[in-house]
Design a protein around this ligand. Structure first.
Ligand code: UGA
Ligand code: MN
Length: 326
């Protein structure tokens, strides 16, 4: 009787335990299956999301490579820029390229002051992502600035800008090409807004320039929508007492007046006038930048880096690795 009871109990315990185990198994297995499919689902959604962003990134990358963006309805800005070899040259070009990349329909005409095109500039232009033309012409010996000369002694970038003008005249067509010509220094600072302002220049447009002529700014003075005189300390009686960075010229005008160029043999401060006198009168100037009250370009000048230690090493016969381009 006792054995029978314990057998019954044993059976009951066995039954309860196996049912419990089965239940536990079903429950867990079910849950496990459930969790795995849920996880799978999340994984799938995440992968889809990732693909979507990857595609967007790839498209954005392609767009960036296409820069500067082209818009056939807009006139092109032809920026003629002289440049010369020195320690800061690549830094200047990098800084400027990263501004110009944001400008639509921008054509950079870079003119080296050298007998041949340097490897540094050639390599730089190849990957800068900006539409460009690479030219070179060396300033005649007697017009070159010496190390010790003050920078105002002789005009700079004259032959280079004239070479840029010549390229425009030889390669563009009055009827076909719409644009505006701007003369840039490789050490100035340009606001993007400046290019929006100048793009629709009909003849010659003008605006203020910051940090120039020993003043916070120089500017054309505008009365009733017309330029009437020049706000500058030094020789305001000059025909166009304006810095190179302060005006732009319609391309048609440049093409129609082939005799207009910069004069190498010019009195100090008359370089800009030597070109503009061929193109426009003061009354015809188009004042921009809120009637010439906003500064959108700065005549910044980069400090010449000191090379004392570098020179010690050169003298000691241990110059820095020339294969590292700076
Ligand atoms: C200022 C104006 O900003 C210049 O546009 C103008 O040409 C000059 O005065 C002048 O009156 O001749 P500044 O800033 O003092 O110029 O001169 P830089 O910036 O040293 O030179 C102007 C441009 O010419 C630069 O793009 C520079 O790279 C280039 N340059 C300079 C040469 O091509 N060769 C040189 O030997 C020196
Ligand atoms: Mn300059």
């Amino acid at each position: 009787m006792v054995r029978l009871l314990s057998l019954k109990k044993l059976l009951l315990v066995y039954f309860v335990m196996s049912t419990g185990a089965l239940l536990w198994l079903i429950l867990n297995f079910g849950l496990f299956c459930h969790a795995s499919s849920k996880e799978e689902e999340t994984l799938l959604t995440k992968t889809k999301e990732l693909r979507h962003w990857e595609e967007r990134l790839r498209r954005r990358e392609r767009d960036l490579q296409k820069k500067p963006q082209e818009d056939a309805s807009l006139p092109t800005i032809y920026a003629i820029m002289p440049t010369h070899t020195r320690h800061v040259q690549k830094a200047e070009l990098t800084r400027l390229a990263q501004t110009f990349l944001h400008v639509k329909n921008f054509h950079w005409i870079l003119v080296e002051d050298s007998d041949s095109q340097t490897d540094l500039v050639t390599r730089f232009l190849a990957t800068c992502g900006i539409k460009h033309t690479h030219l070179n012409i060396k300033t005649p010996e007697n017009y070159q600035l010496k190390e010790t000369d003050p920078n105002w002694l002789k005009p700079r970038g004259v032959e280079q800008r004239n070479a840029g003008l010549q390229w425009l005249r030889e390669n563009l067509d009055v009827g076909r090409d719409k644009g505006v010509v701007y003369f840039a220094d490789d050490d100035n600072t340009y606001s993007l807004q400046l290019f929006d302002e100048m793009r629709h220049t009909r003849g010659v447009s003008v605006w203020p320039v910051g940090l120039v002529g020993g003043m916070r700014f120089e500017r054309p003075v505008v009365e009733h929508g017309k330029v009437v005189r020049w706000y500058t300390y030094w020789r305001p009686e000059r025909p166009f007492a304006i810095d190179m960075a302060g005006f732009a010229v319609n391309l048609q005008l440049i093409l129609q007046k082939p005799q207009a160029k910069f004069e190498l043999r010019v009195r100090r401060g008359y370089l800009e006038s030597s070109l503009l006198e061929h193109l426009v009168t003061m009354e015809e100037l188009e004042p921009l930048a809120d009637n010439c009250t906003k500064v959108l370009v700065w005549h910044t000048r980069t400090e010449k880096p000191k090379m004392k230690q570098e020179n010690y090493l050169i003298q000691a016969g241990r110059p820095s690795d020339p294969r590292i381009e700076v």
